[in-house]
Design a protein around this ligand. Sequence first.
Ligand code: SF4
Ligand code: SF4
Length: 72
Amino acid sequence: MTKDKPTVTIHGDLCKGCGLCIIHCPKEILSASDKINELGYLTTVVSGEGCIGCANCYIVCPEPGAITVVRP
Ligand code: SF4
Ligand code: SF4
């Protein structure tokens, strides 16, 4: 596993599917899914590659812990 690129993880168990991260990702790599979590929300997933580690998604997400961005 390479560690020289930023990575983003969405923790589906904490996501409430508000979509804010989708709107604010400049690379458009986040999208809505048809997965329903234990809270009953349709979750957002990482659907593309090329995360630049800008952390926009992390900043706008209202759910603590739902998004992790790691910059190398
Ligand atoms: S860190 Fe930036 S580029 Fe990466 S998923 Fe979040 S908003 Fe998109
Ligand atoms: S901003 Fe947070 S709660 Fe909203 S869809 Fe994205 S990960 Fe889920």
